[in-house]
Design a protein around this ligand. Structure first.
Ligand code: KG4
Ligand code: ZN
Length: 344
């Protein structure tokens, strides 16, 4: 179906926009990362994120129109991430989208950020077919879904404590690898030994065969890095090779759990496709292990390119296109919501 959709994303620390034609052609996009702003605090500071979103959102939109060679008049809808995320950050995007929809007299579509991450995989791999299994793994989420048809989600497993991306960020902090932790651990782990620390099964809780738990592993990293008594403020006890080994062993344990659970669900549901999405799906070891294990059970794997793994607005526009085709619009009452899951 023909459509021209402007999408905005501001749920965390990336301000992003995209103009998508017919659900498949990106006419323009931008992602303004706030990493340098938050680095000094060692994590995302919500108030700082809001201010930065406000400063660059509308300038980014203006630039996209110039780049795409279209005008607001040509748009069929305005889409925006309205849930889940940091409430203040979401509100910046939602208020901007509502103002533009009102000023330009266009329909508005609120998009769930998690559905956006799943849409990134199907957008990148249009040959994917339902039913499929999706692993959404980011700084705020770690869920495995069975998806029998477009827009229907059965949550099979999720984390009992931290999200995997959060665990990457915390472990990197303990190992003095800096912020954001995911890419730093990914890099350090390439020079380390995955068997140096025996943390293999630390993320596989025994009770539910599909859930994850990352807090025990985090404590194991803390003890290895700073000693049992010193706590997180103690001096780093590991030398450079020790840090690389800890990064590799940590990553091995997290990735093993993510792959193990996803493959288990894929086998049980007998699907032909697995999709992965979210910031942690940019992890090179996860991409490698998942593709190896998916091949073993004769499943195809849909993996977004790097730029569509972390937060972006192309994935929001892609999901909005599906909603547009089904006539699912919101109105100017659309609200931001910090917490939201995907219903069945
Ligand atoms: O999807 P995303 O951009 O934002 C959320 O929706 O949370 O994910 C951000 C998370 C961060 O925790 C970051 O450390 C992690 O994704 N991440 C990675 C990698 N790149 C980003 N984790 C592991 N390996 C990576 N290469
Ligand atoms: Zn995200």
């Amino acid at each position: 179906m023909e459509s021209l959709i402007l999408a905005l994303e501001s749920s965390c620390d990336e301000t992003a926009g995209a103009i998508l034609k017919d659900g498949k052609e990106v006419l323009a996009e931008f992602v303004a990362s706030q990493i340098d702003l938050h680095r000094q605090f060692g994590g995302v500071v919500p108030e700082v994120a809001c201010r930065a979103h406000m400063e660059c959102l509308l300038a980014g939109v203006q630039k996209m129109f110039d780049e795409a060679g279209v005008t607001p008049d040509d748009l069929n809808a305005i889409a925006v991430t309205n849930r889940p995320g940091l409430i203040g950050a979401l509100l910046v995007g939602v208020s901007a989208a509502k103002s533009l929809a009102y000023a330009w007299n266009k329909p508005i579509i609120g998009v769930n950020h998690i559905e956006g991450h799943i849409a990134a995989a199907s957008f990148s791999c249009p040959e994917i077919s339902y039913p499929f299994v999706a692993l959404v793994v980011s700084g705020g989420h770690t869920n495995v879904y069975y998806i029998p048809e477009c827009g229907v989600y059965q949550k099979m497993g999720s984390t009992l404590d931290d999200a995997a991306g959060e665990a990457f960020d915390k472990a990197a902090k303990l190992l003095d690898l800096g912020f954001p932790g995911g890419p730093a651990i990914d890099k350090a782990a390439r020079k380390g030994d995955v068997h140096a620390f025996e943390w293999r099964d630390a993320c596989l809780p025994r009770k539910n065969p599909y859930d994850f738990s990352f807090s025990g592993l985090k404590t194991a990293v803390l003890y290895a890095a700073r000693g049992q008594k010193a706590g997180r403020k103690g001096p780093l006890l590991l030398d450079e090779q020790g840090v690389n080994d800890a990064a590799a062993s940590f990553q091995h344990s997290v990735v093993r759990a993510l792959v193990n659970r996803t493959i288990k669900v894929a086998k049980e549901k007998r699907v032909k496709w697995i999709a992965i999405g979210g910031g942690v799906s940019a992890n090179s070891y996860l991409r490698e292990m998942m593709s190896e294990q998916a091949r073993k059970i004769r499943c195809n794997l849909a993996v977004p390119p790097m730029g569509l793994c972390t937060d972006n607005a192309v994935m929001i526009a892609a999901r909005a296109h599906d909603l547009y085709c089904r006539g699912k619009f919101d109105d100017l009452e659309l609200d931001a919501c910090a917490r939201a899951s995907l219903s069945c």
